[in-house]
Design a protein around this ligand. Sequence first.
Ligand code: KIV
Length: 259
Amino acid sequence: MKRDGEKIVALTAYDFLFARFLEEAGIDILLIGDSLGQVVLGYPSTIPVTLEEMIHHGRAARKGAPNTFMVLDMPFLTYQISSQEALRNAGRVLKETGVEAVKLEGGGAATCRTVEALVQAGIPVMGHLGLTPQSVHALGGYRVQGREEAAAERLRAQALALEEAGCFGMVLELVPAALAKDISESLTVPTIGIGAGADCDGQVLVLYDALGLNVGFRPKFLKTFGDLASETRKALSAYVDEVRGGAYPGPEHSFSDDS
Ligand code: KIV
């Protein structure tokens, strides 16, 4: 798709029903992101997310979208300790969920060695550079990365190193648009941007943010493509009113002896 200049459309999902909607919409990559921690499990960051939680949701999403290419985020400390441990954990992900690939954050030398080990074992790996949420405390918050020249140079080098290590693509999160364009043009593998401008080879968003369900979360890069928060509130208040007022269930929702 990158070679043909076709934009790659990616979105997250974490369960059966939404995964089914994504497959119906023709999404190119369904990401079971560890944003699961914040938007589904109510954690303050992605750091507490466990491998068991990712596998549990990965399995559910797989059932809803059996024909969509799926990438699952390896959660914090499931791939940083050693390449061997990463291989064991990523192998479990592929065996137990049926997803096609995993995603790791970071682009340092140790991460690249781990990417090589996974790729050699036949596990496709997607990289993730820029704002890497599992390192939020080390980065001092959720802020744009690579604004200073030294940091930009480091990201350029890490992107090339991840490609060299065998990543089939990488997410660029919260980096200036010009830098993301530069990196995208320097790679043969595709970049998937989030808060990284229009010149990445594809785009990804967190599903609930895109649908307008994540009330109060309005970073500059986010466009909401629906207002499901209002729709949900409307539906819930109608249900509450109708049950309290006795309008639901009506005779058409009730069974008689023979129907
Ligand atoms: O966890 C996630 O949802 C992600 C995307 C935002 C890229 O990593």
